[in-house]
Design a protein around this ligand. Structure first.
Ligand code: ADP
Ligand code: ZN
Length: 435
């Protein structure tokens, strides 16, 4: 009898901390050597006396300056490249919702390592080569398309590159091919479920047993909801174009925090203001250094994502540290009447009401020099029971107030009223005078 394989790469995934750190140091040296070919990093290294030989421990990471999205913008498109363009085989560009787009370059080896990291991630969620994996992400500049495609093929699964949108086609493919796993952004998981119901099929009756959800912040409550409506397990997956794409960190079958692949990244969590490391376990900004990339290694990249390390060992046996579900990005934070609020706090409350659907929009406005917040949320089922609606509104307002310490105006709207975006969900519309 053969023993069932538990890991994609057992040695690396279960490596002891000292060995993992040794590997990180080795790879950091190598990465510095590669980045000496970068017009952007070479002068910085020179000024700070950073050479491969001078790297002795992981602590040496603090000798490097931070790299920011602005650095990527000001060197757009190829200014950070560490290798000649001849060695580069692909580029991805981020959506650039906030200013110039940014470009990330990949060599053949980068693509290969990326596919492996995401295949390892899929394996950790229980996906196997017997699965039929349907990818609902756009196949283009968005890394969720090709990134997942290459990884699922590496895993050996049967892949269905359905791409984004066209929900009726997604519906047909799932039924015809017996899709067992979906990759989608959380807001699309709920939207697709609605399409199933409109077609008279309960999503719970499909062959889908696993889902990889990521690319946008979502609460534990939303995950639970997705699992419930689909009758499946949903695993939180974190990636970002600058680090490769999906395949940076993922939840294992324990579903308790995302293992971040520390053979590929040095992971720091810093105070976004002082930029000093936060005490172990506290919330801060995730800062990542790539250890296994050639075309465009990045040192101490400020992700803007807010998270913390979870304490203790994971029962799955993987030794790579776990990150808590993201609170959001530091740039998502709304300051309303001086109070710091994240959209995910509002989502968390709304998801607790089964009377509500999953789409919502936070509208901020100024009236009489004051910030006002309206939370629009779609009802799961249309009703004209006025009393029921009033009670529901009162209860939602009350619970939101407990969470965000201010009283928003709650508007219950019908399905389809809130505009849907093609990609990641837009949760905030800020119409205030000073914004
Ligand atoms: P863009 O959205 O700019 O095109 P990316 O697709 O690279 O670029 O987006 C990366 C960002 O998406 C991350 O920095 C993070 O804010 C968000 N993100 C990705 N995965 C998750 C996740 N699992 N949970 C919360 N946020 C996520
Ligand atoms: Zn685990």
């Amino acid at each position: 009898m053969t023993m069932e394989r538990k890991f994609w790469e057992e040695e690396i995934e279960t490596m002891s901390r000292p060995n993992l750190e040794k590997l990180q140091v080795e790879r950091l040296k190598k990465t510095v050597e590669i980045a000496m070919g970068s017009k952007f990093y070479a002068p910085i290294f020179k000024e700070r006396g950073i050479t491969p030989e001078s790297i002795r421990s992981v602590e040496d990471i603090r000798r490097f300056p931070f790299t920011t999205k602005n650095d990527l913008r000001s060197t757009y498109p190829f200014g950070i490249a560490s290798v000649p363009l001849q060695k580069v085989v692909r580029l991805h560009s981020s959506s650039g919702t906030t200013g110039n787009p940014t470009v990330i370059l990949h060599t053949k080896k980068d693509i290969d390592e990326w596919a492996n990291a995401m295949a390892r991630s899929m394996f950790a969620t229980g996906l196997r080569d017997t699965d039929i994996i349907q990818n609902t992400s756009g196949y283009g500049m968005f890394t969720g398309g090709l990134g997942i495609q290459y990884a699922a093929e590496r895993l050996g699964a049967l892949t269905v590159p359905a791409a984004a949108g066209n929900s009726l086609r997604q519906f047909k493919f799932i039924q015809d091919f017996g899709t067992t796993a979906l990759h989608c952004i959380p807001s699309y998981a709920t939207r697709l479920a609605t399409v199933f119901r409109e077609q008279g099929v309960d999503p719970r009756d499909t062959t889908v047993t696993r889902m990889i959800i990521g690319a946008e912040p979502h609460s534990e409550a939303q995950r639970k909801r997705i699992e419930e409506i689909w009758g499946c397990k949903a695993y939180n997956n974190f990636g970002m174009s600058e680090m490769c794409g999906p395949g940076v960190a993922i939840e294992c079958e324990e579903q308790n925090g995302m293992h971040i692949w520390e053979d590929n990244y040095i992971v720091e969590i810093v105070d976004p203001v002082t930029l000093e490391p936060v005490p172990e376990g506290e919330l801060g900004e995730l800062v990542l250094t790539t250890l296994n990339r050639e075309a465009m290694p990045l040192f101490r990249y400020r992700t803007r994502d807010l998270t913390r390390f979870l304490p203790g060992d994971c029962p799955c046996g993987r030794t790579h540290r776990r990150l808590q579900r993201f609170q959001g990005r530091s740039d998502d934070m709304m300051i309303v009447r001086g109070v710091n609020i994240f959209p995910i706090q509002i989502e968390k409350i709304l998801m607790q009401f089964s009377e509500l659907a999953s789409d919502f929009l936070i509208i901020l406005e100024t009236s009489e020099d004051n910030d006002n917040m309206t939370v629009q949320v779609e009802l799961a089922k249309a009703t004209d029971d006025f009393k029921l609606l009033e009670n529901l509104k009162r209860e939602i307002t009350h619970r939101l107030k407990d969470e965000i310490l201010m009283t928003p105006k709650v508007q219950l709207v019908g399905k389809g009223v809130i505009p849907q975006s093609d990609g990641k969900a837009v949760r905030v519309k800020d119409l205030r005078n000073n914004h």
